[in-house]
Design a binder for this molecule. Sequence first.
Ligand code: ADP
Length: 169
Amino acid sequence: MLKAVYPGSFDPITNGHLDIIERCVSFVDELVVAVLDNPSKKSLFTVEERIKHITEATAHIPGVSVKSFHGLLVDFCRLEKAKLVIRGLRAVTDFEYEFNMALANRKLDPKIETIFVSASANYMFVSSSGIKEIAMFGGCVEDMVPENVKHCLYEKFKNREEETNGFHN
Ligand code: ADP
């Protein structure tokens, strides 16, 4: 029984993340998508909202569960009894950061292995931060995020715009 953890901010989940998840379940039995709960990192969506988005978007994929974690990733992996960490790589720019993190995690727990899964060519340019910026200015995020996330993004920015307008009036 091979169990893996796919950690990240997922603020919000994108089709790039979803593609990694779909490909991972072809070689792991269980995949825990782990949303990092880091109050010092400013996020657009709350952890609860992000968990809801991922749960809905992965409902059709067997073997996937969604949880939040805080603190050290290796502690969460031990708690989950998972020996594998999955990370996605889009380009060389991701590599240095990801490689450092994998080495640090190996130092903390040599029994936990990190596996890098390459992004699909279609989603190499897709990032949560890029998507938030596009959506904020009313751009089209079709095919970049799951349908449920698309609606939540527009709602979030619509509400923010209304709040800002209300504030100025
Ligand atoms: P973090 O803040 O931990 O980087 P993210 O939610 O941005 O969290 O990303 C989680 C993981 O998914 C990272 O390993 C990242 O490189 C990977 N990832 C992000 N976007 C894509 C994408 N479009 N295709 C493949 N992997 C991706």
